[in-house]
Design a protein around this ligand. Structure first.
Ligand code: ATP
Length: 583
């Protein structure tokens, strides 16, 4: 083993953090590539620029660090020489094209930036202008690399034993004299790949250097230790213009993170537009995205800008991207590739789209590609900067701070000058509870517990404390059918009934039990339909005698009478249960 490799082996062995291993790897890689350049016919005509480690296991960026060539001139480059996050000189750049090529070919790939071509190193050398390779490298990637003087890039897969590719290492060089010609990469790559292969298990497995928790703000009010690294990566991504793909379970905070990225980008003065595809029927997706011209379809009585036009100059967040129809997928792909689009019914020229895209999903997009419901080319087009937001259960240290933040925010809405406290036992209870619904569920629990505390206090109050009992009751309702939840809910309803009677200073002349039956039936109709609802409440005989519809109308009337008496709107569940659509 050469001296260099021996030194690398012991540095990797001694490394305790990912950053130490990254530095130990990039250092000899850049040195060796430089020696190869000096020994080539391009000696004196080009230079090495930087090396970069992209760690993105399971299609989600974990870390991205770079080392500039100049750092090698300092006597002992330390971890501080690594570029880790956003700064005045952001030299960290992701490349979807390079990633796709490395994954597809499973070997090193060299890029001639001027020509816009990609070449896998294994297999026969192909003509640099072979069409499949030309199209694999996008014009945007080309421009971005050229803007940082890179003319030749070599990308090595970070292969861990078992052939999994957990990331890549990119080396960038500047050599105008070699444009369109075979550069040093193919010849040097076996030696360089050896270094990468030695380092791969360490880079994949070592934990990150402990980071100071990032400062929080109104869009990201809580960041725990497991989110800190993700936020570091997102901080870099926010400043770039490429598409971010945020995946993660529902309610984990993807939309808010998208908004946070917008606020940290150069586009923050322009609009942040959001389109949730869950709420848009497939046939309207194209018009929602691209807008329409008057007369484009019956009912299009005037021009209407779509989300793209509204987000012009700013950011468009498309949530639940997996719900996009195949037709709209083709439309979106065109915008992403050409940055142009046409509104429905527009016969004129295409409009340019200056929009930064962030897309969200809680689905497995690769699986959707395999099933043929999501285009592979679109998948690679949006999978440029992928990040995965972990579920709240993997961010236990955030539960308490989020709960306190949500409580304070909720109380402020009602009492701008008030103070709300979360008792420490209440916080412990929250920390011990599972959160399958993530932040959304936590927010709901806090709201519910807050209402319970308010009812107990007899109405709005400047000062309020959420105690463990409030949280316990609020959590109990989540169980739905739990009998303790039923008893708690009935006690709460009873308390509310008494409070209302006291507030009116006049009798509340209503039979609560009768009204309650209406509410129960309405809920049951919603859940299981009319006939089953009567069976559920033990009144199957009414169904058999075909009198159940009449009985339902009467029960619903009594529930509506209660709403009228306390001057509240009739809840949707009541009106729906009585409408013709309910079966
Ligand atoms: N920064 C934040 N400030 C306040 N509340 C937040 C924040 N982030 C998340 N939440 C709470 O969590 C809920 C879910 O957040 P968000 O809508 O961002 O999640 P999501 O992952 O996009 O969910 P879905 O996949 O269902 O769209 C919000 O409605 C809010 O109650």
């Amino acid at each position: 083993m050469s001296e260099e490799l021996q030194a690398l082996a012991s540095a990797l062995h001694a490394a305790r953090h990912f950053e130490q291993a990254a530095l130990a790897t990039l250092h000899p890689l850049l040195r060796m590539a430089e020696q190869a350049l000096q020994a080539s016919r391009f000696a004196g005509k080009g230079r090495l620029l930087r090396g970069m480690v992209h760690l993105r296991p399971a299609e989600s960026y974990r870390r991205l660090v770079a080392l500039e060539r100049e750092a090698l001139d300092t006597p002992a480059p330390s971890e501080d020489s690594l570029l880790l996050a956003d700064g005045p000189r952001v030299s960290l750049l992701a490349s979807a094209s390079a990633w796709r090529a490395v994954v597809e070919h499973g070997c090193a790939v060299s890029i001639d930036v001027g020509q816009g071509t990609l070449q896998p190193h294994e297999g026969p050398a192909r003509s640099l202008s072979a069409p499949s390779l030309v199209t694999a490298f996008t014009q945007e990637s080309q421009q971005r690399l050229l803007s940082r003087e890179a003319t030749h890039v070599c990308v090595f897969p970070l292969r861990v034993p078992g052939e999994r590719i957990d990331g890549m290492i990119a080396l960038e060089a500047s050599c105008m004299a070699a444009l369109g010609q075979e550069f040093i990469w193919r010849e040097a790559s076996p030696r360089l790949q050896l270094i990468v292969d030695m380092a791969a298990p360490y880079l994949s497995a070592l934990p990150p250097r402990p980071v100071k928790l990032p400062e929080t703000d109104e869009f990201l009010p809580v960041v725990g230790s497991s989110m800190a690294n993700l936020v570091g990566v997102l901080r870099i991504f926010a400043q770039q213009d490429e598409t971010i793909l945020v995946s993660g379970p529902t309610g984990a905070g993807k939309s808010r993170l998208a908004r946070w990225c917008h606020e940290r980008s150069a586009r923050r003065q322009r609009r942040f537009e959001s389109l949730d595809l869950m709420t848009v029927p497939e046939e309207l997706q194209m018009s929602e995205l691209f807008g329409w011209r008057k007369g484009a379809f019956s009912g299009a009585v005037k021009d209407n800008p779509g989300c793209l036009a509204r987000a012009e100059g700013g950011t468009l967040f498309i949530d639940e991207i997996d719900k996009l129809s195949l037709k709209a997928q083709a439309g979106l792909l065109h915008v992403l590739e050409d940055r142009t689009y046409r509104a429905l019914g527009d016969a004129g020229s295409e409009q340019r789209a200056n929009v930064r895209f962030i897309v969200g999903t809680n689905a497995d997009l690769l699986d959707a590609v395999r099933r043929g419901t999501f285009r592979e080319d679109l998948y690679y087009r949006i999978n440029v900067l992928p990040v995965r937001v972990p579920p709240l259960d993997e961010r236990r240290d955030e539960v308490g701070p989020w709960a306190r933040y949500m409580l304070a925010r909720h109380h402020r809405e009602k009492n701008p000058a008030g103070v709300a406290r979360l008792a420490s036992e209440a916080e412990q209870r929250l920390e011990q509870s599972p959160w399958p619904g993530n932040l959304r569920q936590l927010d709901n629990i806090i709201r519910r517990a807050y209402t319970l505390a308010m009812v107990e206090l007899g109405g709005a109050s400047q000062e309020l404390e959420l105690r463990e009992a409030h949280i316990r009751q609020a959590l109990a309702y989540e169980g739905g059918a739990q009998s303790s939840a039923l008893v708690d809910a009935l006690s709460l309803a009873a308390r509310a009934f008494v409070l209302e009677a006291q507030r009116r200073q006049a009798p509340l002349d209503i039979d609560l039990a009768e009204s309650f039956r209406g509410f129960v039936l309405a809920e049951a109709v919603q859940q299981v339909g009319r006939e089953e609802a009567f069976k559920l409440v033990g009144r199957e005989s009414l169904v058999r005698s075909r009198n159940h519809l009449k009985a339902l109308r009467q029960e619903l009337k009594k529930a509506e009478a209660l709403c009228a008496e306390v001057k509240q709107p009739v809840p949707a569940s009541l009106s729906k249960a009585g409408s013709d659509e309910a079966s």
